[in-house]
Each structure stands twice: as C-alpha cells, then as structure tokens.
Design a protein around this ligand. Structure first.
Ligand SMILES: Cc1ncc(COP(=O)(O)O)c(C=O)c1O
Length: 430
C-alpha cells in the first residue's frame, strides 16, 4: 500500500495522539438515526449515541437543515464583540425549557468548559472558594473539571489539579456502606455523609456543591428520591450554590428535557453540552439573572462559544425533541427498564440493572457481588461483533454495560439490543 493509500487506522497510528488505544475502534463514514456505517459498509445499531450526544438521532434532517441554512448566512462572529441572532434565540429558548428561575446562559464548546465556567461563576457570586463534588462523578478532563471528577483513572500523571475541591461518597445504593436501608433512609444517610464531609474536609468557605442528577460515566447511578433535594438544602444552608451537571442527562435523555425536573430540584447553575445540538459542538451554563449578572465583561470568554451554526442546530434540536422524541424516551425507557429487570433476575452475573428514561446501566458482578471487572468489555465486544450492536461501558469499576441510544430508537431495535446484551451475558457465564 502506497503512502497515499494508507488506511484511516494507519494514519491514526502515525498522526493522531493515541487516545483510541485499547478501544479497538472502527472507522465510521456515515450515520443516520440509530445506524452507523463503517468504511467497509458494515452497519451497526448505535445504542451509545457517541456517548449520549445524538439524542435526536444521527444526522437528524431538521437539525442538519438548520445548520446548513446558517452556514450559508454566517459561520462565525466572536460573540463578545458582536451579537448574533441564533445566540439570542437559543438563550431565550433555554430560559423557557430550564427549571426554576434559570434565565441567562453563557455558551462555550463542550461539557468540561461548561463546568469550568459554572465554577468560576459560583466563586464570583458567593465570594467563596471551596467545592464539594461526589466520589465516582465525572465532570470532564480539563484541569478544573478534572479536579471535580471523582475517579483516579482519569487523573494518573495529571496532578495537581485545582485546590479546594473535596469529594463526598456518591449515593450509590447498590454498594451501600450503610447496610440494606429503604431508599428514603439511604437518601438521608448519603446526604448526612455529604454534610459531614463539609464539616471534616472544608473550612466552610463553600462556593458550590456540584453533582450529576444521574451519574453517567460513574455507572448510571440513579439517586434515591429525596437525596438531591436534601443536597440542595445543604448547599443553601452553607451559603453555596447547587451546580447541577446535566451535560449527560440533559436534552431528553431521562424522559424530561432536564432530569432536575424529575427530582424536584431547581439548580442555581445548570451545565449542558452533549445532546444540546445533536452532535455539533456546543456547551452552555445557565443561571438566574441575579447570579449571572455578577459576571462582568472580561470575567469569562470563549472565542468560538456561541457559534451561530451550533446555536441554530441547537434550536432545531430542541424543537425536534419536543415533537414526540421525549415521549418516546418515556415509552421505550419503561419497556427497557422492565426487560433489564428480567435480565437481572435471570443472570447471576447481573448485580443490578438501573436507569431512567433511555439512560440505563447493567452492573456485572462476580459470585460474591464484587465488581466483575472485565465482563462488561466482553459483553460490549460480543454485542458489537456478533450482533452489530454498539453498547457502552462505564462505572468506577468499569463493570457497567451502558444503554444510551439515540432517543428516537424503535421498540424493534431496542429489542435487538436487549437480545444482544443477554447473549453477551450468556457468553460471559458460559
Ligand atoms: C456529566 C458530564 N459532565 C461533563 C462532561 C465533559 O464533557 P465534554 O467531554 O464535552 O468535555 C461529561 C462527559 O462525559 C459528562 O458526562
């Protein structure tokens, strides 16, 4: 093969930093709704959505059309020197769809930037410094967000990160350190532990508590009812803000536009990215006018943030989600939950199946319920190679198989994915 004919895989080896090492990726050339097509023409059913991004389906025609129309008009203006209409319209729309009195938005390009900006805003507003995050949480990989991420695996060789961040135990009932409590008592125990962490690990100069409503990378951990409301109260008792990181749960993923609605909380700052523009790079954080207005010109800027093409796509994406896609999440998500509960009952390898909407995880365990560390990757690879179904893997112990398909998925395709999962688990148990 001549140098010009090198495959994408060879070029990745030679010219792209080795971030895909160990993942055994294929090369995708096209995608449509829940289908991804490789260079060889093989088709895969995508049940991971490019890590929970293409919520309105890959290449949603209305989102693509909105982006194309905007490309013909205006590709870029730096949004702090000039205004552009898509930013104005999207910010107004986000104020309408976010909970509580969230009103003003800052646009950036990714989830990690949204989290970083939210921390700066919380520090500026409160005049305080310390941040509480949760163990096993994931908030991004740039140094500020990385300091909130509660998992050593992402930090090897990267320390030191930001000071004044402490971690409280996650509300992870399957591996509860408090014994077998009813959900409401567990919620109270986990919230009390968080408050104890503030007492033992901070000087009480608290700017924010940051958490994901449902942990994504941490293994699809759904907190018990009441936990998030208690944490919101704790944050306010200490004069801190509650930053709710909906980068992964937002834009319909859990069956409402934002998961906060289902848990009855009103974030002081809400971070968004991933599903916001169905695959175009956009991040955002939204706060009440009172909190947002403490930012002064120059406090926070991003050259590409508020890109008109991405914002036009995001507007079309929100419209799409509201025309039946979120309803599909509830319908298919309930069915998926029932199927996964049956799988939990059937297989000893499944410790717990849990989730909300179309964000589900299946935690795989050894006979003593310790994490089955390699099993999830075996199941994921089996589903891909034998069934053409793409699943994800997550969890602090990397033992959780993740279902996070485009929210447009049909029952027929979901059934195919569930069959691929059970066959994969059988292959582990054989
Ligand atoms: C909850 C959460 N916050 C932040 C991030 C970081 O987003 P990004 O990869 O766009 O920087 C992620 C990414 O997985 C996430 O799941």
């Amino acid at each position: 093969m001549s140098e010009q004919e090198c495959s994408p895989a060879d070029k990745y080896d030679d010219y792209v930093m080795p971030i895909t090492k160990g993942y055994d990726p294929f090369t995708v050339t096209r995608a449509n709704d829940t289908t991804m097509v490789t260079t060889e023409g093989d088709e895969y059913l995508d049940c991971f959505s490019g890590i929970s991004v293409t919520n309105a389906g890959h290449n949603n025609p209305n989102v693509v059309a909105a982006a194309k129309a905007q490309l013909d008009e205006l590709v870029h203006t730096c949004s702090y020197i000039y205004r552009n209409e898509p930013v104005a319209n999207l910010a107004e729309r986000i104020a309408e769809i976010t909970p509580g009195d969230l009103q003003k938005t800052f646009f950036c390009n990714s989830g990690t930037e949204a989290v970083e900006g939210a921390i700066k805003l919380a520090r500026k507003y409160t005049g305080s410094k310390e941040i509480v995050a949760l163990e096993m949480a994931f908030h991004g990989r740039t140094l500020g967000s990385l300091s909130l991420t509660g998992n050593h695996a992402y930090k090897h060789g990267m320390a030191p990160t930001v000071n004044d961040v402490v971690h409280a135990p996650a509300s992870y009932q399957f591996r509860s350190p408090y014994g077998d409590l009813p959900a409401s008592e567990f919620a109270e125990a986990a919230a009390s532990e968080l408050e104890r962490t503030i007492g033992t690990h901070t000087s009480r100069d608290l700017a924010a508590i940051v958490l994901e409503p449902v942990m994504g990378e941490g293994g699809i951990i759904v907190p018990p009812v009441g936990y998030l409301r208690r944490v919101q109260d704790i944050a306010h008792d200490y004069g801190a803000l509650l930053i709710v990181d909906e980068v992964q749960t937002g834009y319909g993923r859990t069956g409402t536009i934002f998961a906060s609605e289902q848990f009855g909380i009103e974030p002081d700052i809400l971070t968004q990215a991933k599903g916001i523009a169905d695959g175009l790079p956009l991040g955002a954080f939204t706060a009440s006018a009172e909190i947002a207005d403490c930012f002064e010109a120059g406090d926070h800027l991003s050259t590409f943030g508020g890109n008109p093409v991405c914002c036009a796509a995001a507007l079309a994406n929100i419209e799409e989600l509201e025309t039946g896609i979120v309803d599909n999440v509830v319908e298919q998500g309930n069915w998926l939950g029932d199927q996964l509960a049956d799988i939990e009952a059937e297989y000893d390898t499944v410790g717990e199946a849990r989730g909300l909407g179309l964000m589900h995880g299946v935690e795989l365990v050894a006979s003593d319920t310790s994490p089955a560390k390699t099993a999830a990757v075996v199941v994921k690879n089996h589903a891909r190679d034998k069934h053409g179904v793409i699943l994800g893997v997550g969890g602090y112990y990397k033992n959780v198989v993740r279902f996070q398909p485009p929210l447009t998925i049909t029952r027929e395709n979901l059934k195919r994915a569930v069959d691929a999962l059970s066959d994969g688990i059988e292959s582990v148990e054989r």
